[in-house]
Ligand binder design. Sequence first.
Ligand SMILES: [Zn+2]
Length: 448
Amino acid sequence: MKIQFLGATREVTGSSYLVANSKNHTVLVDCGLFQRSVIFEKKNFGLFDFNPQELDAVVVTHSHIDHIGRLPKLIKDGYNGKIYLTPPTFDLAGLMLEDSLGLMEDEFHHFKTPILFTEHDVIRMLGQCSTVDYKKSFSPAPGFTVTFFNAGHILGSAFILIEADGKSVIFSGDLGNTPVPLLKRISDPPRANYVVSESTYGSVLHETKPVRNQGLKEAINFVAQGRGTLIIPSFALERTQEVLYELNTLFEKKLVPQMPVYLDSPLANKVTKVFKKYISKYFNQRALETLMWDEDFFSFPGFSVSETAEESKLINQVLGPKVVIAGSGMMTGGRVLHHAKRYLNNPESMLLFVGYQVNSSLGRKILNGAKKVIIHNEFVNIRARVKALGAWSDHADSAQILKFILTAKPSAVFLTHGELKQMKGLGNSLEQQGIKVAIPKIRESFEL
Ligand SMILES: [Zn+2]
């Protein structure tokens, strides 16, 4: 078996790995978009490092764009085979790709930037999908056996066991920060000869869990006192539903002062509908118990969704205190920028990060303490309070990744999906346990 690393090497985006067996059959694991400071950077537009027409199958870990964003391009470039994913990943992938398409078309109209794929490619891609549940082994290509397991990261997320040529390798995808508010715990991995592991937080330990709610409660109390605005830049998928679920408890149980809460994201609202479809099968016991006293735990007094741009602008007319949840999660674009421009110079307001901020994103700059930033070609002074809730990460921390890898008992590990510093920290811990570690470079291949 041979693995070639085609993305997420020493960085957190563009996940894609090509696995070949001794008979030259090939399976691609993920086909993600490279996303650094801009959403559709040049690197995405080049030719694939393999011939898409000769590829046998694609398997998908989860529906984040940095794992699926180039799938329609793969179809456009000639891939005719099947794409295997879990049922929720299929539903969510459709929404996420439609959203990317919309962003791309907007950029095209404003700046004449090139289009990576069209709606036709997305529709064809969805037509080539085949859904498979967790723990049901299948053979996507001659000589390959593949099994999905719950990765506990976002709804439908999987880590993937691939067996071929008498060897086994686990692709971690993104590992969840178990326990999380909604999803079931990550499954224990089976034994495998090799693990290709993410390392987003490879040398970081998250805050302990109880802080998760406490931080949100303090933020609401802070803006209640000063009649400010609490801005939560949020990823439409999973993070927003978790925030809504926790806000639901705080507001329904009157643990915080009542105030309007706006979900200023049509995409997040569509994603929430997919979540409701899968509650019984994919949600954990705590979430199911909440249903006993609140049959819709994504909605509460004061909550509303802003669908149109007009509705989004109306939020400005409502005096504080109030909460606005809007994308994008790393402030690289989207409606959150309009709110940031309006409220970040107000010391009574707060910007609360609940997710990972990639290097060079606006979110990371502000989190690192920038006092003045440029938004939509305007200078904005940051006088609002800025906080991050580490416990909210949807990625496992170094202890959780280590436990995952040690459970699989591999002889060697390949570290991907992380910044080099994170990889080195995790690599040292693994080597201390007698496990060989490689940190592949882009296009590097390994014969297993
Ligand atoms: Zn992810």
